[in-house]
Write a protein that binds this ligand. Structure first.
Ligand code: GMT
Length: 379
């Protein structure tokens, strides 16, 4: 099939999932066209089955806000016509489902019928989408999609509770390429980050408020009182400066390493002993899954879809949002004993394998087949 994928190209779960999905689909013989404003960070264009089409938004001084949706929908129309695309898959409802719907309607005027699949990722529903300023447009574009998928049961429920949804929402969880990780590193070079007797605790995110970055620092501050350890903070975002200040205030700045954004997440996770994800809300928690496939147990909150990924007492532990004492105590339980840590590491890997790409990508293919066959249904 020829599939157009619309996503955010930046560091962030939805863009990562969309990119990895596109690459996997190309490996299975589909022709994939990414359409977004920048080349997605995890996309290396080394395949004759993968194309990238950049959306340009020309600056015009009259506009206070440059009309990205307009440029995107025009680009979709042109690309779909030029490359005879069969199907459109948009990741993150805002504004992609809205722009996709407009493109679909414009194409219909020319007798071209392209089904649209919308995948809901989290903040497009739980944070941004439900704001009264956006809600009618988000509701409309979800309802106009030919198929709607959500990355967890929790997000599906949240969407049905918040919006007036007319059709089905199918849950297709996020995924991970287990094979890629089983063959990756043997030498983790952990000595670059910590001394032999130290444990390495890691957090990776976009450092937004929802990630509760101060909790990460405070949990680690308690851990390091009992276990010699280092904290590695990976990512960039608005909460980073405050986090650096908090480390100074708590007197742990020499034990916390801020690495910024990285394309070498797997290398970092390779030498990590524990992953912290105390988020306020999380539709799935792809970062936790990436940790687990690298044999890193997870201490997380029990928000949203995280319990669908991190299994209590098996791949790690879960606590109520904000309960940093509980999270620190559970982290210490795992870290203080070599054999306990080893058990959790192996369990984390095993649990992550439930989400292997080989099991999940065919679910998307099934959805595509069905949507394509029914493409004239809503005309
Ligand atoms: O976590 C973020 O803030 C980024 C956001 C995104 O859309 O890029 O992530 C959301 O989608 C990911 C992929 O499906 C999920 O794993 C994250 O849990 C979800 N984030 C939230 O719900 C806060």
């Amino acid at each position: 099939m020829k599939i157009a994928i619309v996503c955010y190209p930046t560091f962030g779960g939805s863009g990562v999932v969309a990119t990895e999905l596109g690459i996997a689909l190309a490996n299975r013989g589909h022709e994939i066209h990414f359409i977004t404003y920048k080349q997605p960070v995890r996309l290396e264009l080394l395949s004759n089955k993968i194309f990238f089409h950049e959306v340009h938004v020309p600056e015009y001084p009259l506009f206070h806000y440059q009309p990205y949706e307009l440029a995107l929908s025009s680009k979709l129309v042109d690309t779909i016509k030029l490359h005879k695309i069969d199907l459109l898959h948009v990741h993150y409802a805002i504004p992609h489902a809205y722009a996709g719907y407009m493109a679909k309607k414009m194409l219909e005027e020319e007798g071209i019928y392209v089904p649209m699949i919308t995948t809901l990722h989290g903040t497009d529903i739980t944070l941004v989408g439900k704001h009264p300023f956006y809600k009618p447009a988000v509701t409309f574009s979800i309802n106009q999609s030919d198929v709607v998928t959500s990355v967890s049961e929790s997000l599906k429920k949240g969407t049905l509770d918040t919006f007036d949804i007319k059709g089905e929402i199918e849950v297709i969880p996020n995924f991970i390429d287990a094979k890629k990780y089983s063959t990756s590193f043997t030498d983790c070079q952990r000595s670059n980050m910590a001394t032999e007797g130290e444990r390495i605790v890691t957090h990776i995110s976009n450092f937004r408020k929802v990630k509760r970055i101060p909790d990460v620092i405070k949990i680690f501050s308690k851990i390091q009182l009992q276990i010699p350890s280092k904290l590695i903070m990976v990512g960039e975002g608005p909460e980073k400066e405050g986090a650096e200040r908090l480390c100074e205030e708590l007197g742990i700045a020499d034990k916390v390493i801020f690495l910024g954004n990285s394309n070498e997440i797997d290398k970092i996770l390779c030498f990590s002993d524990l992953f912290l994800l105390p988020s306020e809300s999380e539709s799935f928690g792809l970062a936790a899954l990436e940790a687990m496939i690298n044999k890193v147990p997870v201490i997380s909150s029990n928000a949203g879809g995280i319990p669908e990924v991190n299994t209590e007492g098996v791949s790690g532990f879960l606590s109520d949002v904000g309960d940093i004492n509980d999270m620190a105590a559970k982290a210490i339980t795992i870290l203080k004993n070599d054999s306990v840590l080893e058990r959790f590491k192996l369990n984390a890997l095993k649990e992550a394998q439930r989400f292997d790409i080989q099991k999940v990508v065919p679910l998307y293919e099934e959805v595509y087949e069905r949507a394509y066959k029914g493409r004239f249904k809503n005309v």
